[in-house]
Design a protein. Structure first.
Length: 394
């Protein structure tokens, strides 16, 4: 191990989301403050999103570690649950044992537990990690729990943390009532070059050293080039670079060393495409003007609704797109929806597998209500308006 070589007390770049290593960039500090504010003021919902590896779980660990004694906490990390399974999991997290899986029974047990907490002067908090995996029905169950009845009003706070898909899920017209309950919503972006230096320094300080002692300026710059500012990738590259230096008995990581390690890992410089566009989900709700919807049918008669906002609205496989479709049949920048004098138009961006509207491969066509669109092999329906009330009743 390189610990003795670099005089470190512990491994500073382990993958475990240890809150001791939490670097509070301005945006992470704001996210932490948003969550703490929501808990202390008993706001219903706060939503924190970010790409994979942005430190969301570490942030949630910090919240959990600093939770006041007057709050009863349930933390949910495995979220591929049905509504009934979610209720059962919450009772288990609150320490309420039950072997029944009847939904009515579980709701009664939760209400009794909430009433007991209120009588004891305690608040209830539900922290959900990987919330993008929750179904619409499970999210609705959380909303109903947070407003079970007037007697328990203001008792339950819910923190939803997840990947950018969570924002698209929350934008579904079926979750209009929940979205109105969200008081704080924030998207975490990758770190800048300066923030990477501070991030590396924070983790090394916990281990008994500093960024300037173990990484030269060129190394920090190359770390940004290969990681794009994603903390999890920074950890991997720094860990491998320190190990490589230890093997060659070198005292400091250089830019050339980072290049060599990145090549060994098979990494290439990350091209941050779409820098002129904020990441999907980064905008505040108040800034969203919805021009229409893309509806995708899912198994079990469920649906996924994507709002078309902030034109031009790009569709593709990479993270710079407004709608990101993670599918090998989708090109990096597959298609774009733009505003015209008469409405909206859809243009294929030279995609490999094509864009089809109502069965015909297209280059550019005006969109009409009810058009069936296929991107690669993913079928969606364009709709200009949505009757939310009718959908909620269905």
């Amino acid at each position: 191990m390189y610990l003795d070589h670099f005089k470190l007390s512990c491994r500073p770049f382990e993958e475990t989301p240890d809150h001791r290593f939490l670097y509070l960039s301005p945006q992470h500090a704001r996210a932490l403050a948003n969550i703490e504010y929501a808990l202390t003021t008993r706001d219903s919902f706060v939503v924190i999103s970010g790409e994979i590896g942005m430190g969301k779980t570490t942030l949630l660990n910090q919240v959990f570690a600093e939770m006041p004694n007057g709050i009863a906490v349930a933390r949910v990390a495995h979220t591929t649950l049905s509504p009934t399974e979610l209720l059962h999991k919450l009772l288990s997290e609150f320490g309420v044992e039950t072997y029944k899986k009847n939904k009515v029974f579980l709701l009664q047990k939760l209400r009794m537990y909430f009433a007991e907490q209120k009588a004891a002067g305690r608040q209830v908090a539900i922290l959900v990690d990987e919330a993008q995996n929750l179904t619409i029905k499970a999210l609705e169950e959380l909303r109903l729990l947070s407003s079970m009845d007037l007697e328990l009003a203001g008792l339950v706070s819910v923190v939803l943390v997840g990947q950018p898909d969570l924002n698209q899920l929350l934008d579904s017209p079926k979750l209009e009532q929940l979205r109105q309950r969200v008081r704080l919503r924030q998207h975490l972006k990758p770190l800048s070059r300066d923030e990477i230096h501070a991030y590396v320094n924070k983790r090394l300080e916990v281990a008994g050293s500093s960024a300037d002692a173990l990484f030269d300026a060129a190394a920090i710059d190359r770390i940004y080039t290969y990681t794009g500012g994603v903390p999890r990738l920074i950890n991997t590259l720094c860990e491998a670079s320190l190990t490589s230096c230890w093997t060659d008995e070198e005292e400091q990581v250089s830019g050339e060393r980072v290049d060599e390690v990145a090549a060994d890992l098979g990494w290439k410089p990350r091209v941050l495409e779409g820098d002129d566009l904020p990441p999907p989900g980064a905008e505040d709700d108040a800034e969203r003007i919805v021009y229409g919807w893309l509806r995708r049918s899912l198994p079990d008669n469920d649906e996924f609704w994507v709002p078309i906002y902030q034109l031009p609205f790009t569709i593709g496989r990479t993270s710079g797109n407004r709608l990101r479709l993670r599918n090998p049949h989708i090109s990096r920048f597959h298609a774009v929806i733009e505003k015209t004098n008469s409405g909206l138009s859809l243009t294929d961006q030279g995609s490999r597998n094509g864009t089809f509207v109502n069965g015909m491969r297209i280059e550019t066509v005006p969109l009409e209500d009810g058009d069936r669109i296929v991107f690669g092999n993913i079928e969606m329906t364009f709709q200009t308006r949505v009757d939310v009330a009718a959908m909620s009743a269905s």
